[in-house]
Every structure is written in C-alpha cells, then in structure tokens.
Design a protein around this ligand. Structure first.
Ligand code: ARG
Length: 275
C-alpha cells in the first residue's frame, strides 16, 4: 500500500537543548567515546546550531539550558529528564561524571514553572531510555537505566511502561536503537534487543520500520520525529529512503563531532510535553 506524505501530520513541539560550549570527550562511558580522539569544538557548535535551526525551521519551540563547565556531556539533554503530561522526572545518572547534570535540569524545570518535578531514586537516564509512544512509555534497561526506575516512572508519570532489554553495548540507550515516529509507529534495530524484547516489539508494532546494522551504527535511530518530519543523521541513507516510502519527510543533519561522544540529534533534544 502506498501512503501519501499528506497523510502524516506534524505536531508542534517544545524542546530543551543545551549548547555544546563545554562539550569534550574526556572520559569513555560508551564504546563510541575515545578521549584520545580530539573533538573540534567549533565544528561541534556549528553542527549543533544546524540542528537547532532545523527544529526552529520546522516550527518547533526551542528552550535552552545553560551549559556548565566541567559537564562535557551536558549537550545531550535527552538524558536529563523525562517529561510527560507536564510532569517531570529528573534523571539519576549511572556514571559520576554526569551526575551533576541532573541538578542543572532540576533547577531549570522548577524555574520554568513545571510541577511536579520529581528526581529519580534509581538510576534513570531520562529520555535516553524512556520514549513516549502514544499512550505508553517504552523503557530500556541493560546498560544505564535500572528496572526499578521503570516501576518508579510508571507511578510518577502515570503511564503504562513497557520494559525492553538492550544487549549490544554500541546501543546503550533506547534512543540509539529505537525511534518513535508517531503515536503508533516506531523504527528500531532488532539485534540491539534481547530475544523476549524483540518478540514483544514485533507484537506491539507489526508495521515497524526495521533498520539495517549500517543505518543503526550511523545513529540513524537517534531521530527526532514530529509525526511527519524525521530529523536523522545524513549517513543513515537506507532509513531515509524507507521513511520517505512510508510517507514521512526525512530531514538529514550532519553531527559527526557529537557522535564522538556517542550521541546524535535525538540525544541533543529533550521533549517538553505539556499537561
Ligand atoms: N556521552 C554520553 C553518555 O554516554 C552520550 C549520551 C547520549 N545520549 C543519548 N540520549 N543517547 O552518556
């Protein structure tokens, strides 16, 4: 069946981003990070500015979190919190190097007037591992976020939570292995998930777009969708073709400097969902 792109409707979003002013690879907490490989700060800023411009051009609102010296991964705002129905669940990072980012997020949400603002008890890496998909939250464990954090999120965000287990260290956060396109469509890389999770995803999303390994390692699943436009790394050519064939509008961006930190466009974007 052929779907025309007019069938896909975009919804205006509000996003929280943080300029990569202090971005660097000073430690290695995922397999993409190599402190011996230098980051080009000007290029990182330029690529991030490009992402911000794309989101604004698509009509979305972008809020900014002030970068803090000494927190080189703060550009990856997706990990700072999960925001559903105006309720905020601030992260608790697995690694001490990122721990203080949670406080910066908490202060921003309180100052912006969000209520309630909870802080996770168990390890919880925000939207890196919790993706809202229509009525439910898809949540990952395996590398960062703990299972206990899934139970806490169900209680505090008041949505059903589906637990998925990640098994490939290259895809250490859910948003590196799976992207939500709209309320009932996702795309993902099946081998990143444990067998039971793959079966579950297949049952829940029989019409999902499945990514090739090449597109997955190009961080093609680290995509930001507004229901119609899908912002994804330009290197994920196969996925862009698939999205186009399914009636979405792929919007390619180049962010190779950020990939040195193990992140792509989605990692740099935290969605602020209103009440
Ligand atoms: N260097 C960061 C880390 O390993 C990258 C985070 C990427 N964020 C994401 N949402 N996948 O924690």
């Amino acid at each position: 069946m052929k779907t025309s792109s007019s069938a896909r409707a975009a919804r205006r979003r509000r996003y929280l981003l943080c300029p990569p002013r202090h971005f660097a690879v000073e430690y290695a907490i995922n397999p993409w990070m190599d402190p011996a490989r230098p980051v080009e700060p000007a290029a990182a800023l330029q690529q991030w500015n490009g992402l911000r411009a794309v989101l604004l051009d698509l009509g979305h609102r972008v809020e900014l979190l002030t970068p803090v010296r000494g927190l080189p991964d703060m550009v990856f705002t997706a990990n700072g919190a999960t925001v559903v129905d105006g309720r905020v669940l601030v992260a608790r990072f697995r690694h001490h190097q990122r721990a203080a980012e949670a406080d910066a997020h908490r202060r921003w949400f309180v100052a912006a007037g969000y209520r309630p603002v909870h802080t996770a008890g168990p390890v919880n890496e925000g939207e890196g591992d919790f993706l809202l998909a229509g009525p439910r939250i898809l949540a990952a464990t395996g590398f960062r976020t703990s299972r206990a954090a899934h139970r806490e999120a169900r209680r505090l965000l008041d949505r059903p939570v589906v637990t998925l287990t990640l098994v490939d260290p290259r895809f250490y956060h859910l948003d590196t292995a799976l992207a939500v396109l709209d309320d009932d469509r996702i795309m993902y890389y099946p081998p990143a998930f444990a067998p039971a999770s793959r079966r579950l995803l297949h049952v829940l999303y029989p019409r999902a777009i499945l990514a090739s390994e090449a597109d997955a390692v190009a961080f093609g699943l680290n995509a930001v969708s507004d229901g119609r436009h899908v912002v994804l790394p330009a290197a994920a050519r196969g996925l862009a073709d698939r999205l186009h064939a399914e009636g979405y509008v792929p919007v390619p961006v180049r962010m190779p400097e950020l990939l040195k930190g193990g992140g792509g466009p989605k990692c740099c974007v935290l969605e602020l969902r209103p009440a």
